[in-house]
Design a protein around this ligand. Sequence first.
Ligand SMILES: *Cc1c(COP(=O)(O)O)cnc(C)c1O
Length: 382
Amino acid sequence: MFNLKEFISYGKQSIDEEDIQTVIDTLRSPNLTQGPKVTEFEQAVANYIGVKYAVAFCNGTAALHGACYAAGIVEGDEVITSPITFAASANCVRYVGGTVVFVDIDPETYNIDPKRIQEKITVETKAIIPVDFTGQPANMDEIMEIAKEHNLVVIEDGAHSFGAEYKGQKVGTQADMTMFSFHPVKPITTAEGGVIVTNNEEYYKKLLKFRSHGIEQTSYAQEQGGWYYEMTELGYNYRMTDLQAALGLSQMTKLDQFIERRREIAKLYTETLKEIKYIITPQQLDNTVSGWHLYMIQLKGVNRKYIFEEMHAANIGVHVHYIPVYWHPYYQQLGYKKGLCPVAEDWYKNALTLPIHPQLSDEEVTFILNKLILNINEFATK
Ligand SMILES: *Cc1c(COP(=O)(O)O)cnc(C)c1O
């Protein structure tokens, strides 16, 4: 009988000797912070996605902050996003003083429902931040159409969907700007790290300035002499290091393999779980290839807390993604009320994340499935 050697977390990085060696080599190079490796990494990301520009940041949240700045979001502007996401998708709007408007999800895809976006648009609406939740691309055709009609900027939160595809193209080619995160649980990792990809030169230039203190080489500075530079806006130090970029470059070569393995695991889960009457398995839109960052099921008629605790007792790190963002005390204090997005809230109450990452073996997946079904049956017959 197969036995677990250690706790299975819902997600984790896959680092090999090649990754380790490339970081060691960079440590011996003249550049530690932003240098040639960052530029090389940005080019590799832009080429892979099929866009003109990529700007690397110290993490995905900083990248989202940069995108909100580049989009010109300021105090009083409204920005639409999904409540079923990590808080950073909404927090970035708050960093620049904007107001977050949560739009309910589509119960089939768990992504923001384009049909409901229209009702929330006002004269103050400035942007939409769709999230490719679990790695499944948001319904970008409809979202881009709404944005065009109302002159809105679209910043796609692709933290889950690096390498995923929408209608034959990589995610990152549809929106005005798309963010990818390289946190260890994400499709590839740079420890901490993030990037914005775009085809828009104006956004590109703003992003470069924003991540480095708002400093630029102006013509005035050039006249003054080689030492001179000007800080023209209040920027930040949001730079990625060459150590992180070197790791990212090495990880990039394995991205498609990682996604392939995630897809195999998702298939194993779905094949077994679609037969279980207490479980709803995730739906996939036609013409999309999910990155399978998360594998989310919905439990129907079984107590989630019971299943969660029993699975953890068996060393299986099931999890729940995510608590609706506006339920957090910070957003409650801003006046958002529970009940705002009923589909999302109902979905959240039944949602459970099963472990998925490239290093999970078939034996481990089978072990997880057996424990899950056993616990469901035990609960059902109690
Ligand atoms: C991880 C994540 C982020 C933030 O990325 P960091 O690199 O951790 O800052 C933003 N949005 C979503 C949906 C995420 O999952």
